[in-house]
Design a protein around this ligand. Structure first.
Ligand SMILES: NC(=O)C1=CN([C@@H]2O[C@H](COP(=O)(O)OP(=O)(O)OC[C@H]3O[C@@H](n4cnc5c(N)ncnc54)[C@H](O)[C@@H]3O)[C@@H](O)[C@H]2O)[C@H](O)CC1
Ligand SMILES: [K+]
Length: 498
């Protein structure tokens, strides 16, 4: 699913109208019909439509007409200077007048009337502002939004809950507290901001008849990952394949007290389909992990020649889980980067050691994937955690572009970017918030890179599948642990295999 901003909507509208000769009223009626499908008419009878005078308001007037045509009780209120009504809104307004559907122009005197109608309604349809909101909400607009929030039974917002800036997610003074948002063509970028989550309700994105090639042309290269993309990347195994066709990977992980991390990351790679997997760790970890790892091989990190030979032949290397934030780990990472050309996926202590010494990243373009959480990203970038949380896409993109690598920034709606293309991961849940989850993810991504996916797609698919397994298991489990995820990896990957 595409992510877009106010500007993308404007550019798209202009292109459709001027270049492709699709009249705006056609797109508006498509929007009306698309939104109407979600008005839940089987369960509601009384609707109040509150429209502004821009095109978002025009959508509302069209929805009012459709609701009336389906036998619903509809009260229409318009806020704003009716003289300044947009052209398409005016068309819908005139249709309502011709059909004898009365409209009320809101002023200070009839706010109580609006309030009583809202109290008495099942659903308020919010069409005051959409992508055209451009300044703080004041005066009568403020009062109307406040009245809706205080008195509604349910509110369905059209395109954007009025008051939220569709691009930044900033709340411009006040905003509608929506139960559902029916948005057009794009998931609005502003909805990614944590602070808006409690106001947008369930978000539905509907197409309004704009051809794909036009959407492609005005694409911001930002997406919410969807299932189709995963299916495209998980290929059927050729019947003539050998284990060498599914990648040789190594996992550098573990230290005293962190043997679990080594086991989890390695076993996740095995279960994700790697042809050959080797855990490289200190001998203490090796002795313990090798008793549990049946399929994976193990190697002592200090057996220099053997390690060098093995990593030179690897298709991907996962590095960092539970290794310790110290000079030894840094030296090993430097060694691995120097002695290989394949992709290295760096997590946990592999990231912590980089905070003062980013030259390792600078000197290895297009072969590193980093998987930080907010704290690790703060240490890498120097930005405060709150700033990163509010600007996660921009921060991840900036870092990815600067160091020519892939950033997977963990958190609610994990961000994955190579600096040009960005994917927001919609899977995963709070039942997965426990130790070992990151190690599992590292194992899956390492395995996918080893099997030949591009670095970006391996990271996108790894994050999606990891979260998807967690979502599936959390329906029956109070807590989902790394070992639960690992056991389900083959079954779920199979589900996505085309
Ligand atoms: N391609 C599409 O997705 C389509 C979407 N449609 C709908 O159109 C709106 C965008 O319409 P637009 O006219 O550009 O903007 P708005 O209706 O959101 O508002 C503009 C209107 O409001 C005034 N205004 C802005 N900020 C304030 C403020 N703080 N206080 C008071 N007034 C304000 C501004 O001056 C204008 O008068 C989109 O969201 C969809 O719902 C189309 O239906 C079809 C194509
Ligand atoms: K709206």
């Amino acid at each position: 699913m595409r992510i877009g901003t106010s500007n993308s909507t404007k550019l798209l509208d202009n292109a459709c109208v001027n270049e492709y000769k699709i009249p705006l009223i056609v797109m508006m009626e498509n929007a009306v019909l698309a939104a109407f499908k979600h008005m839940d008419i089987a369960n509601n009878q009384k609707y109040v439509i509150v429209s502004g005078v821009g095109n978002n308001g025009g959508d509302g007037l069209g929805i009012a007409r459709q609701l009336k045509a389906h036998g619903k009780e509809v009260d229409v209120f318009i806020v704003g200077n009716i003289e300044k009504m947009s052209e398409c809104s005016k068309i819908n307004y005139n249709i309502l007048k011709a059909m004898d559907i009365s409209t009320n122009i809101i002023d200070k005197e009839n706010l109580d009337y609006l309030k009583s109608k809202i109290k008495n309604s099942d659903v308020v349809v919010d069409c005051i502002f959409g992508t055209g909101l451009e300044r703080d909400i004041k005066g009568i607009y403020y009062d109307v939004i406040d009245i809706i929030n205080q008195n509604k039974n349910k509110t369905y917002s059209i395109d954007v809950p009025s008051g939220i800036n569709a691009t930044t997610g900033d709340i411009l003074g006040i905003c509608i507290d929506a139960d559902k948002t029916i948005s057009f063509e794009f998931y609005k970028r502003g909805f990614l901001k944590y602070a808006t989550k409690e106001f947008i309700g369930e978000v539905i994105v509907e197409h309004i008849g704009i051809p794909k090639y036009i959407l492609d042309k005005y694409d911001d290269k930002e997406y919410i990952t969807d299932i189709e993309l995963i299916k495209e990347n998980i290929k059927i195994k050729n019947k003539f394949s050998f284990k060498s066709d599914f990648g040789k990977v190594a996992i550098f992980a573990g230290s005293r007290g962190f043997t679990g991390a080594a086991y989890i990351a390695t076993q996740a790679a095995v279960k994700s389909g790697s042809g050959l997997t080797t855990l490289i760790s200190d001998s203490y970890v090796q002795n313990i992990a090798s008793q549990k790892l049946c399929e994976a091989m193990t190697l002592d990190i200090d057996e220099d020649e053997k390690v060098k030979k093995l990593i030179k032949g690897c298709d991907a290397i996962g590095f960092g889980c539970g290794m310790g934030d110290n000079e030894v780990t840094y030296n090993k990472l430097e060694y691995v980067l120097k002695n290989t050309t394949c992709t290295i996926i760096i997590d946990a202590d592999g990231l912590n050691i980089l905070k003062q010494k980013k030259e390792l990243l600078e000197n290895n373009p297009d072969r590193i994937i980093i998987t930080p959480h907010l704290g690790e990203m703060a240490r890498l970038t120097g930005y405060p955690i709150d700033y990163i949380r509010d600007n996660k896409v921009d921060v991840a993109k900036e870092f990815a572009k600067k160091y020519k690598l892939i950033v997977l920034l963990k958190g609610y709606e994990t961000v994955i970017t190579d600096g040009e293309y960005t994917y927001i991961n919609p899977t995963g849940n709070a039942a997965m918030a426990n130790g070992g989850m990151g190690d599992t993810l590292l194992g899956i991504i390492t395995s996918f890179v080893g099997q030949g996916m591009t670095n970006l797609m391996a990271t996108v698919c790894g994050a999606y599948i990891h979260g998807y397994i967690g979502d599936t298991l959390s329906k029956k489990l109070y807590t989902v642990n790394a070992t639960d995820i690992i056991s389900s990896i083959p079954k779920i990957i199979k589900f996505f295999q085309k």
